[in-house]
Design a protein around this ligand. Structure first.
Ligand code: ANZ
Length: 861
């Protein structure tokens, strides 16, 4: 604490200087001795609030993002205590995972030792930061008594058919030598190491999150207004529900029908060819039935496609490529033969991996048709009005409209632009004349009646791939028997403990390092007792964080992941605070698991986080901080240099919660000066705790009570910086009252100083406690209820506002001193005298200087 604090002295109420280090040490010790922020148990009848900050990864020192995160959750937690709530504000560590493991490999140490050493260090930092955590509930996801319940959850999901194994192309990071969930691939690169991700066929464990797609999407509506809109939108896009139809096509010379998903079944009459994903099983089957030349061309094309990332494949700008498979599908509505192509713009894992191509109305299909000279047939007249009576369209002998008019000019074959707008059906038999919407309803009816199609939905969301070929994670509790069965480890044998890392080669090599732990792998088939092998994969750490908020509710519970009755009492989390980088992955998984637990009858709520607060990033000189750029501001260094209180106040004051904040604009020096001023006020107060406030200075009392009136809603609206500004205002007003007003013995000065301590506790809890004690009050200020505003002190003082029209004073209004510009302008415009003098003239300009002047300029109408 170099510049702002002296060390060695002891803080007492008689000290005459604000001694940051001593005050901080003194109160941290007292909080911990008295376990001040332990959540109330059974006997506590106060209403409850569960405030949770996203728990940290112990992969190194804490950074400024953590400083912001835990400050905000602490403000919210302290606030609810002051409002008379029994608050639960726990902390733990998300301590499994790749970052820790990679760091451990680089340093050739045991990931376990490394992880727990980091936890110890982070724990000290958080304590030194004065966060009011309940330290009795600390959890580490890498503890066997935690991951035991990951395994339990997995088995329960397996029982319900929600955990399954399948072979499919997965995202593979060649550098980390592990699979990645779709969510962990960013622009085609590994989220962790940045290496380009490739596709590889592997057999892996999945959780069937797609079964919950509709609920995950629909329930977002409940969160509207309580979660940032941006996050809700990101979740919606990620789930990506499309509504349309599944349509079955006969394939000549192929035993089974092939189904495609289309959002535009209305355009079925315009489907002129058929496209399959080259990397789908269907493409391989169809190619296998074709002649040798086709097979060769297909093989060469497939090889090329496998080197292309999904991102590139979806890039509409890329020239279209593909091969004709020499086979034909049959259009179910008109019997037309549709040539089947394999082309990489169709993805294997969306819909059914095949599409009916409608080049006139789909841009990708049109580009493809133009590149390979395939027929283009318009079936929607986008120039026809879609409201009003159905127009009569006269057709010539080829089925073309006799007066194509402007539609002819829009011919996609010529313009290269697909007709995607609304319109009326043409060239579509019984559908002709219908609008798109009605045509969709009609065609689905027809397909259903014929048994060749049905209404369907498709999702962008994929099942959650959870197996990882890495050491530092939760072992998957399954056993592979000699006769090829895969059976669950009985619940009574959980946890399947991770073997010691010693002697294992942790370096990534494509298969799990656990496979090398011969003794660990060898087990018995729980059903027959014969020799069997443990599944060597570990779980994605997002499994760990998908339910940790429940474990905090009953940390000592040994017979279940959490106690149902505690979950009923505390759940769901009232306020969840963390970075927007978790807007999709973590929040989606936690929502999914909560719904599964609800379906299992384990919890009574279906959404885990009632409100979500996302913080902005701390940047430096306009750029994201990163180790590689060498522009890191280190949390521990800042804490040591300025002390917790100044750092916290500076961060809280730096800007709105959700905005990015540039460290260059964070003034710890300013914050320190403010805190010293606040401290000095408590030091100067010269009256007894039992003075009668009502006898104090009215002007100062007004400022104090306005704070009491506004602070609660400002905090609920997360306008923390505004509350800091209001505290500064009150500190200044109090100083003025001491120096230039009624003096330090005035009761209003004591009242104000006490208010400062009580509200300042949210931001600078150490100095707030010290002030409270200096003011002769019992600790802890962090636990006292805030005071109610005195309504009589909130009555606005009124002032006179003059209204001028073209420079002449026309009216004087009696208005509240704190009136806003808009209200004042409205009052002025509504005034009869003003209206008379404006008369028929047009108002061209209104200048408002609230609360004193409104100046209106007019000109002849
Ligand atoms: C015929 C059609 C006509 C289509 C038309 C669109 C417009 P969204 O909205 O993203 O869900 N499609 C289906 N499966 C596909 C796959 N595996 N890879 C690439 N494209 C695929 O897209 C649904 C539409 O994307 C589907 O509707 C299908 O093309 C295509 F005028 O069917 B459509």
């Amino acid at each position: 604490m170099s510049q702002t604090a002296s060390t060695g002295s002891h803080a007492t109420t008689s000290a005459s200087a604000y001694d940051v280090a001593a005050i901080q040490a003194k109160w941290q010790q007292r909080w911990s001795q008295r376990d001040a922020f332990r959540a109330g148990d059974e006997g506590d009848t106060r209403p409850r609030k569960y405030v949770l900050a996203m728990f940290p990864y112990p992969s190194g020192d804490l950074h400024m993002g953590h400083a912001e995160n835990y400050l905000y959750s602490d403000i919210v937690a302290r606030f609810w205590r002051h409002r008379g709530y029994n608050v639960l504000h726990p902390i733990g560590w998300d301590s499994f995972g790749l970052p820790a493991e990679n760091a451990a490999i680089q340093r050739s140490v045991d990931p376990r030792e490394w992880t727990y050493a980091n936890i110890a260090q982070q724990r000290e930092s958080l304590k030194a930061y004065g966060v009011s955590f309940d330290w009795n509930r600390v959890l580490h996801t890498s503890d066997p008594d935690y991951y035991h319940w990951n395994q339990w959850l997995f088995l329960k999901m397996h029982e319900r058919g929600l955990a399954y194994r399948k072979e499919s192309p997965v995202n593979w990071c060649p550098n980390d030598q592990t699979v990645l969930a779709n969510e962990q691939v960013v622009d085609g690169h590994c989220e962790r190491c940045g290496h380009e991700v490739v596709k590889k066929k592997l057999t892996q464990w999945y959780l069937r999150i797609t079964d919950y797609a509709d609920r995950l999407l629909d329930d977002l509506n409940q969160l509207e207004g309580s979660w940032p809109h941006k996050v809700l939108q990101m979740q919606r896009n990620w789930i990506g529900r499309s509504v349309g139809a599944d349509i079955d096509f006969e394939i000549e010379g192929h035993p089974d029908k092939v189904t495609v998903f289309s959002t535009r079944p209305d355009t079925l009459h315009g489907a002129t060819f058929f496209v399959v994903a080259p990397d789908s099983d269907l493409a391989a089957e169809l190619a296998a039935g074709a002649d040798e030349q086709v097979r060769q061309r297909f093989r060469a094309y497939l090889e090329q496609v496998q080197k292309t990332t999904d991102i590139d494949r979806q890039n509409a700008e890329r020239p279209k490529t593909g091969v004709f498979l020499g086979r034909y599908a049959v259009n179910p509505v008109n019997g037309e033969r549709m040539p089947i192509w394999a082309a990489d713009y169709v993805l294997a894992d969306y819909g059914h991996g095949a599409v009916m191509a409608v080049p006139a109305h789909d841009q990708r299909d049109l580009d493809f048709a133009r590149a390979f000279d395939l027929p283009i047939k318009v079936v929607v007249d986008t120039t026809a009005p879609i409201t009003g009576a159905m127009p009569v369209i006269e057709l010539d002998e080829h089925g073309e409209p006799i007066d194509p008019g402007s539609l002819h000019e829009l011919d996609p074959a010529r313009t290269g632009v697909a007709l995607t707008e609304e319109g009326r059906m043409i060239n579509s038999g019984a559908l002709d004349g219908l609008s798109k919407r009605n045509a969709i309803v009609r065609i689905v009816e027809q397909l259903e009646a014929a048994g060749t199609g049905r209404a369907a939905k498709s999702y962008r969301l994929r099942d959650w791939l959870i197996s990882r070929q890495r050491y530092w994670g939760t072992p998957i509790p399954m056993v592979h028997t000699e006769d090829g069965r895969i059976v669950p480890v009985p619940e009574s044998e959980l946890p399947v403990r991770l073997p010691q890392a010693e002697g294992l080669d942790l370096k990534p090599k494509g298969t799990s390092p656990l496979g090398g732990a011969a003794e660990w792998v060898a087990t018995t088939d729980p059903e027959t007792g014969t020799a069997a092998r443990r599944d060597p994969d570990t779980m994605d750490t997002f499994v760990d964080s998908s339910w940790y908020f429940l474990r905090f509710l009953s940390p000592g519970e040994h017979s279940a992941p959490f106690s149902r009755s505690e979950a009923d009492k505390w759940g769901p989390v009232d306020a969840y605070i963390g970075g927007v980088e978790h807007a999709i992955l973590h929040l989606l998984y936690a929502r999914f698991v909560t719904k599964v637990l609800f379906d299992m009858g384990q919890v009574e709520f279906t959404e885990p986080f009632a409100t979500l607060i996302n913080q902005g990033m701390i940047i430096l000189g306009g750029a994201k901080m990163s180790k590689s750029k060498g522009n890191l501001v280190l949390f521990e260094e800042e804490l040591a240099a300025h002390g917790a209180d100044a750092l916290r106040v500076a961060l809280a004051f730096a800007g709105p919660v959700e905005d990015d904040k540039d460290w260059d604009d964070v003034s710890t020096t300013g914050a320190h000066k403010f805190l010293a001023r606040a401290w000095r006020i408590a030091h100067d107060v010269d009256s007894d705790p039992d003075v009668i406030w009502a006898e104090g200075d009215q002007a100062l009392r007004r400022v104090t009570h306005r704070l009491w009136a506004d602070a609660p809603q400002l905090i609920e609206q997360t306008k923390f910086n505004v509350v800091v500004a209001r505290l500064m205002e009150l500190v200044n007003a109090t100083r003025k009252a001491i120096d230039q007003g009624p003096g330090a013995s005035d009761p209003a000065v004591r009242e104000a100083a006490e208010a400062v301590a009580m509200v300042l506790d949210l931001f600078a809890p150490h100095v707030a406690e010290e002030m409270w004690e200096m003011l002769g009050r019992e600790p802890f200020v962090g636990l006292v209820s805030w005071r109610q505003p005195d309504a009589t002190l909130l009555v606005e003082e009124n002032v006179s506002a003059v209204v001028q029209v073209d420079g002449k004073v026309r009216a004087t209004l009696d208005v509240a001193a704190r009136i806003g510009s808009e209200d004042l302008e409205e009052l002025a415009r509504a005034d009869a005298r003003v209206q008379r003098s404006v008369g028929e003239r047009e108002i061209v300009k209104v200048i408002v200087r609230a609360p004193k002047v409104v100046s209106i300029s007019t000109r002849p109408a």
